[in-house]
Design a protein around this ligand. Structure first.
Ligand code: 13P
Length: 249
């Protein structure tokens, strides 16, 4: 059985004070939740505060990005070693916003995953097609390419795959549960090619306009093992309801 994995991607939101306020509400709301991996990914500037606040709780910390070198003359970048040192268990890698605005390629994503794993940092690898690609029936080609290059030479441990169709991010247009299931099943098929039976161990999570209203039906899908939540993770009330999803049939 795979452990459900519910992660908050705050993107470029929340100051240190706002992070503290969120956690003061959120920690008691999820204190009794067990059997679920709960992860928050605040901006870099809030990581130290969040690490201190969640100590001894059932919440894990993630970064939103990481650089693909250990150290050196890379002004403005943050290495996996620094993230592990500050208490991060995971980093999101290859989010579509980074691919789109910062021109991250599948090859860069692959390098980042490689060094993150060498450093003992878990990875939340984001993949997903644009609306244009979906309409041109290229969804599966895009997912195959992103997985093939992104995971080239990478062992299976400590990786979560986030399927985030770009057309569903921040748009309020969630993928229908059947669309999510179809993509997740396809992703698992591809993982089977690289990892054999270990493909069953991957959490494949869905991202794109997940809310307290739609999380239950998404989580009911066979291959949907969790969610990566943007907008609806910014309020403690709403993210805690998502973490406490109910399994509907
Ligand atoms: P929204 O939940 O705001 O659509 O964002 C999804 C996302 O990009 C999470 O990484």
């Amino acid at each position: 059985m795979r452990t459900p994995f519910l992660a908050a991607n705050w993107k470029m939101n929340k100051t240190v004070g706002e992070t503290r306020d969120f956690l003061a509400q959120f920690i008691p709301q999820v204190r009794d939740v067990s059997g679920v991996d709960i992860v928050i990914a605040p901006p870099f500037t809030s990581l130290a505060t969040a690490a201190a606040e969640i100590k001894g709780t059932n919440i894990m910390l993630a970064a939103q990005n990481v650089f693909h070198e250990e150290k050196g003359a890379f002004t403005g970048e943050i290495s996996p070693r620094m993230l592990v040192d500050i208490g991060c268990r995971y980093s999101i890698i290859g989010h579509s916003e980074r691919r789109q605005y910062f021109h991250e390629t599948d090859e860069m994503v692959n390098k980042k995953i490689m060094i993150a794993k060498q450093t003992g940092l878990g990875v939340i690898l984001c993949i997903g097609e644009s609306l244009e690609e979906r309409e041109a029936e290229k969804t599966f080609d895009v997912l195959s390419r992103q997985l093939e290059i992104g995971l080239n030479g990478i062992e299976y441990q400590n990786i979560v795959i986030a399927y985030e169709p770009i057309w569903a991010i921040g748009t309020g247009k969630t993928a229908a549960p059947e669309q999510a299931q179809e993509a997740h099943a396809f992703i698992r098929e591809r993982l089977r090619i690289y990892y054999g039976n270990n493909a069953e161990k991957f959490a494949i999570i869905y991202g794109g306009s997940v809310t307290p209203e739609n999380v239950d039906s998404l989580m009911a899908c066979r291959d949907v093992d969790g969610a990566l939540v943007g907008g609806a993770s910014l309020k403690a009330e709403s993210f805690s309801r998502i973490v406490k999803f109910r399994k509907v049939q």
